[in-house]
Design a binder for this molecule. Structure first.
Ligand SMILES: Cc1cc2nc3c(=O)[nH]c(=O)nc-3n(C[C@H](O)[C@H](O)[C@H](O)COP(=O)(O)O)c2cc1C
Length: 217
């Protein structure tokens, strides 16, 4: 999956990539437990509330690549998300070449920041959801499965000191063609190191968000 390294390119100290074979990645991908339990090579935030409170989207990424162990954790995090009936009605497409990323920029309304070091496309796969409900319900489950998985990956990326931008504005048909699938993409998660770390955005007051329903009192 990983490409040969461009030897002409210079890399910041500590971020020099190593050659990796197809086998490396497929072996790692079978090891969810191991990956999740592996001690981070560098400090990662394990306080989930802190991660949530400090996460901030970014659209300006540095060119520094994302380390392999972080990619593993981000992918494994997606697979821990709950799914309808535990049928995992979603798939992840890991985009690993410059040309495809550039095509995805065009398919996403020319949003240039789609071209980030790590690009993951979350797609629905309703055929995995073996529940006896109408196709409409199955579709609803599968869109939720794919969305939740992407959210888990997004939080994992933040916990690992990375930042991301969630892309929902894209031409589904074009993205399907680019990545070679019939599955409907729900989001593109673009991940990398932010050029600048910024504080989380403000939200509305919780009391405006929460609608208490209590028919008894
Ligand atoms: C469903 C959804 C679709 C989004 N689509 C885009 C998009 O196409 N382009 C973009 O720049 N940001 C997109 N975003 C990112 C939001 O603009 C961003 O999350 C929001 O402004 C809140 O900022 P925060 O993530 O820093 O809290 C999307 C986010 C969500 C959840």
């Amino acid at each position: 999956m990983d490409k040969k390294i461009d030897t002409k390119r210079s890399w910041p100290k500590g971020y020099e990539p190593k050659e990796e074979t197809e086998d490396d990645l497929s072996t790692r991908l079978g090891l969810l437990e191991t990956i999740l339990k592996a001690k981070p090579e560098k400090k990662a935030s394990t306080d989930i509330f802190k991660v949530m409170a400090t996460r901030r989207s970014t659209r300006k990424f540095s060119k520094n690549p994302v380390e392999k162990w972080k990619i593993d954790k981000i992918l494994a995090a997606a697979d821990t998300a709950p799914t309808a009936g535990n049928f995992q009605g979603f798939e992840i497409f890991y985009v690993n070449d410059k040309e495809t990323k550039e095509e995805l920029v065009k398919a996403s309304n020319n949003q240039p920041y789609v071209n980030t070091p790590l690009v993951l496309i979350f797609c629905m796969n309703p055929s995995r959801v073996k529940l006896d409900f109408s196709p409409k319900v199955i579709m609803k489950f599968s869109i939720q499965d794919a969305t939740l998985a992407a959210a888990y990956s997004q939080l994992a990326a933040s916990a690992l000191g990375l930042s991301s931008i969630w892309i929902g504005m894209f031409d589904e048909e074009k993205v399907k063609k680019i990545i070679g699938t019939e599955l409907r993409p729900t989001s593109i998660l673009c991940i990398g190191y932010p050029i600048k770390k910024r504080p989380a955005k403000l939200r509305r007051q919780l009391k405006e968000l929460i609608h208490v329903v209590n028919k008894k009192d």
